[in-house]
Write a protein that binds this ligand. Structure first.
Ligand SMILES: [Mg+2]
Length: 444
């Protein structure tokens, strides 16, 4: 069969248009279409039947064609040209999603909680593409979705939605809001190009990303129970909070090792709660338990203390709060202050800085691990794409996703054998469920 582009476009465009009219709670634009929808299936069936779609890169061809088709629908005269397109609006929701056992109640040395709060960012463009982003707002006083939305609209509307380098150079937002918007810009850029974010970042090194199941501070018995559950679920790695009491930390680690032996890699994170002297003592007390690493037991600065801790103990050291952006990682690498670093999009300012950090670590020959701020779907998707595209994110990346009551995605990620498949659809490869946004929205 010879591909008849005109009839195919008109046929599928018509189908898509009809679906858009149905009460499916769809956002403006086609990016919210259910990938299992009849029209999308019809489209792929149509494309797969065409000679021009058959070949080495058929999958990529299909995706690109679908998204060009969407552009065609919105702007028939400019189906392939986006240079005049701009950001038309930004919306911000704050949502609070309950967490369930075994992750809840989640206790750190600072606080306890059984829910996570995120800001969900939606950026729309003048040609009808919607991008989604997320940044963490847990435990922040005076957080206001309305203020963030007003600030974002004031600066972003009318700007080029595709120039992420320019965004990073000029954007005046603090790192959280900046990162939420930046994720949405990558989502838009991917949808416009018909490529996943990982593909935009250079390619997919790994199609699945391993997760470290994260848990709060637990007793000897409960820590052992949760560790056993993690082994049953197929996780390779467990990360715990720590730092309220050193004896409690040691007993928790002992409980895990007594329950599961070395079947889990184990990390503990005291979140800066110890002095250098105390951290040296803790490291010596847990040395026998074969930790993969201890994460940021001491203050973020000065790095000379991290250097001293590494010199005086044998437990590998990871730094998290010391990692702000690429320049802080450069300093850590220069001083030899860590064997692992943990960046996060909401601290570093988005996907791009985490990729740069991954490249720095790759060049330095140390692993980087994506940190988790009790993320929902959009930020989890960002983590997956960064880890998929950068070889340095080779270890299990932090995640509390297994403990969510629900996600705000139309199709929540599935954790299988302690890992999640990297989305392959254009952009972040997710769709946000507007009804779920409404259900979990916090009025602020
Ligand atoms: Mg940490």
């Amino acid at each position: 069969m010879v591909f008849d582009g005109t009839s195919a476009l008109s046929h599928v465009s018509s189908e898509l248009f009809q679906e858009k009219q149905q009460p499916l709670g769809l956002a403006p634009g086609f990016e919210s279409l259910n990938p299992n929808s009849a029209s999308l299936k019809l489209f792929f069936k149509l494309i797969n039947s065409c000679d021009c779609a058959k070949g080495k890169n058929k999958t990529h061809y299909d995706k690109r064609y679908f998204y060009n088709l969407r552009g065609f629908h919105h702007n028939p005269e400019h189906s392939m040209k986006r240079e005049d397109m701009q950001i038309s609006s930004v919306a911000v929701w704050v949502v609070e999603v309950p967490q369930i056992a075994p992750i809840a109640p989640y206790r750190s040395h600072v606080r306890s909680s059984s829910a996570t709060r995120s800001a969900i960012v939606r950026v729309d463009t003048t040609d009808g593409i919607t991008g989604w982003g997320e940044h963490n707002v847990n435990f922040l006083p005076d957080i206001s979705a309305r203020k963030m939305q007003a600030q974002a609209n004031e600066w972003l509307v009318g700007r080029d939605d595709l120039d992420i380098a320019l965004f990073h150079r000029d954007c005046p937002f603090e790192s959280r809001l900046k990162s939420g918007v930046e994720l949405a810009l990558w989502d838009i850029r991917g949808k416009a190009a018909g490529l996943s974010v990982a593909e935009l970042l250079g390619g997919v090194i790994r199609s699945r990303v391993s997760l470290a199941a994260c848990m709060g501070i637990q007793t000897y018995e409960r820590a052992g129970e949760i560790a056993s559950w993690c082994v049953e679920q197929g996780f390779s790695t467990l990360k715990t909070k720590a730092g309220a009491d050193m004896d409690e930390d040691v007993e928790m680690v002992r409980g895990i090792r007594d329950a599961v032996g070395d079947r889990l890699k184990l990390r503990i994170d005291p979140n800066r709660s110890y002095s250098l002297v105390e951290a040296i003592e803790l490291c010596r007390r847990v040395e026998e338990f074969n930790l993969e690493y201890i994460e940021q037991p001491i203050t973020a600065e000065p790095l000379s203390e991290a250097v001293a801790l590494r010199r005086d103990t044998n437990v590998p050291l990871a730094l998290n709060e010391s990692v702000v952006g690429p320049s802080s990682v450069m300093q850590i690498l220069r001083e030899g202050a860590a064997e692992f670093v943990l960046p996060d999009t909401h601290i570093a300012g988005g996907i791009q800085p985490c990729v740069i950090i991954g490249r720095l670590c790759e060049a330095a020959g140390i692993p980087s691990i994506m940190h988790c701020g009790h993320d929902l779907g959009p930020k989890t998707a960002a983590m997956l794409h960064v880890a998929a595209a950068c070889s340095a994110y080779s270890l299990a990346n932090d995640s509390t996703y297994y403990g969510l009551e629900n996600d705000i995605l139309t199709e929540p990620f599935r954790i299988e054998a302690g890992s999640i498949a990297v989305p392959t659809a254009p952009g972040l490869g997710i769709d946000v469920d507007l009804e779920m946004l409404d259900q979990y929205q916090v009025d602020c």
